[in-house]
Design a protein around this ligand. Sequence first.
Ligand SMILES: [Fe+2]
Length: 160
Amino acid sequence: MRYVIISDIHGNWAALEAVRDMLPSLLPDGVLFLGDYVTDGSDPQRVLRNLREIQEEYPCSLILGNREEYFLKNRYHPDPSWQPCSHTGSLWYTARHLTEKDLDWFATLPVSKVIHPAEGMDFMICHGSPLSACDSMLGRKNKERREQMVRSIQQDLPGI
Ligand SMILES: [Fe+2]
């Protein structure tokens, strides 16, 4: 099985289109997108259009990133700190370039997903942790939490 794994596009439509152009030569069995599709880049709609088109061309699995989670939270509880400034300007700008339909789609994305390849072992994909896109499993301070997560994944995926 050959998967192409794409994560943290962060609005970089030019990079996404460059990778998209490479997909036919990579002959993937599937494309896995690990979240953070928007923010930081200039054209979130162009990124989302590319994602929709890639899903028509290849079997894809997409999960939620923390950035998408921010917009879902902001939908009903607008964050007043999002302003046209250098600190939060990207969130402010992107929020104004997303539609209700985009937010509805974000709401359908799972936080994690178990992939069942036709050959080989099952595996899980997530952006932050299996429980939250906003989690971090990196760093020394998260060692205990990371080990707890791994134990829970092993319960879900006994073959790992
Ligand atoms: Fe992220």
